[in-house]
Ligand binder design. Structure first.
Ligand SMILES: [Fe+2]
Length: 391
């Protein structure tokens, strides 16, 4: 499906089998340590530093906090468990100020959880410089001001972070971004600093073995969305493409059987590997239109992130096909050629997992859908879609 707004630099590029590559760069400062039972390697990564762990409330009842205490021993200062899904500035302010007031000696944060926990830890890891009207050290209000206007700042304090994901999909363990919500203002912010990249991602697929079906689906589809969004993206490069193709193929092979056999360690391992590859891909490209559409779907319609950023993938694929020969070639390696039937096959794949791909089924009527897509194309992520903004 052609779209009048899609006329980026890739459009009309020569369709040769071996195009001359343009200049590109790929980098990621996070060391990835992957393996079954690799949680046991946490002390090796912590290296005796005074550590605060940030995790999810249920970590106590499933015995995870006891395991972490036993692993880190006296280097562990505290385990913070009162985190919330989709962290909001109001809640983060309390957590952030309390953490910095009590833990001046903390030399390392370890986030053990899904994307929300890792993003919470990233927000705890930095403080903004005090402004003249400051009334308390490390006051979150200063950080919130930067979040609201999207400025990059040199942190007054920056604590290194190790991310240990317990889901497979968010990719937050290998990116420098934290999504922070302001429900009162109806806005979504992105914390993005050099200091918020994890120094290491420790990925142990056994940690996802007890993940319920709902978060397994949501995080798995988030990974698929990250892979595809890095392909139809102005910032694509050969390395991100290679990672994204592998990741997308693996999610599409592994997620359906995993949904029927959530305790299968081999399938969990496949999903964890696909998720980190997708994360590495979009760590260099950022996301695009499907994620831009997802933010109002989460904020206004309460759809979990992974579902909100994937239900529209067939529609976005329709828009992407034919807009760029180089992108079509990469998409063909996932969906096969010709691409004409690919959106229908992707729709069948997603609906086969129980997620409707229709806006109306998520409470969005035709006029609201049209407006939402138009707004999303103008959003920061929407402008990444197919080179609508130069890298
Ligand atoms: Fe995402």
């Amino acid at each position: 499906m052609a779209h009048p707004d899609l006329d980026g630099p890739d459009a009309g590029a020569p369709d040769t089998a071996c195009p001359t590559p343009g200049p590109w760069a790929f980098g990621n400062p996070t060391r990835v340590v992957f393996g079954i039972d690799s949680l046991a390697r946490l002390p090796e990564l912590v290296r005796g530093r005074s550590t605060v762990i940030v995790t999810f409330p249920e970590a106590r009842s499933i015995g995870l906090t006891e395991r972490l205490k036993a692993l880190l021993g006296p280097t562990l200062l505290e385990i913070i468990t009162d985190t919330q899904a989709n962290p909001d500035v109001a809640e983060l302010a309390r957590l952030h100020d309390d953490f910095h007031a009590r833990h001046a000696a903390c030399a390392l944060l370890v986030a053990v959880g899904g994307g929300s926990v890792i993003d919470t830890a990233k927000a705890l890891a930095v403080t903004a410089p005090r402004e003249p009207d400051a009334d308390a050290p490390g006051h979150f209000a200063h950080l919130a001001k930067h979040l609201a206007i999207g400025t990059v700042f040199a942190p007054a304090r920056a604590i290194p972070l190790i991310a240990v994901p317990t889901t497979a999909g968010t990719g937050s363990e290998v990116t420098g971004w934290a999504t922070v919500w302001d429900r009162q203002a109806g806005r979504k912010y992105s914390l993005a600093l050099a200091e918020t990249w994890p120094e290491a991602a420790l990925i142990d697929p056994t940690l996802a073995l007890t993940l319920p079906v709902g978060p397994t689906l949501s995080s798995g589809l988030d990974a698929l969305s990250h892979a595809l969004e890095s392909i139809w993206n102005a910032n694509h490069n050969p390395v991100s493409d290679a990672l994204a193709v592998s990741a997308a193929q693996q999610v599409m092979a592994v997620l359906p059987p995993l949904m029927k056999d959530t305790g299968n360690l081999s399938l969990r391992t496949g999903m964890s590997q696909a998720a980190v590859m997708a994360g590495l891909a979009f760590s260099n490209t950022r996301t695009a239109l499907a994620h831009s559409i997802s933010y109002p779907m989460t904020l206004e319609h309460g759809l979990p992130h992974g579902l909100a950023c994937s239900f529209s993938l067939p529609l976005v694929l329709e828009l992407a096909i034919g807009a760029s020969p180089s992108r079509d070639r990469v998409l063909e390696t996932i969906f096969g050629a010709p691409l004409a039937s690919a959106p229908e096959r992707l729709r069948a794949f997603i609906e086969g997992l129980g997620l409707s791909t229709r806006f109306s089924d998520h409470g969005v009527g035709p006029e609201a859908q049209r407006r939402m897509i138009a707004d999303a194309l103008q959003g920061v992520r929407g402008l990444n879609f197919l080179g609508r903004r130069k890298p």
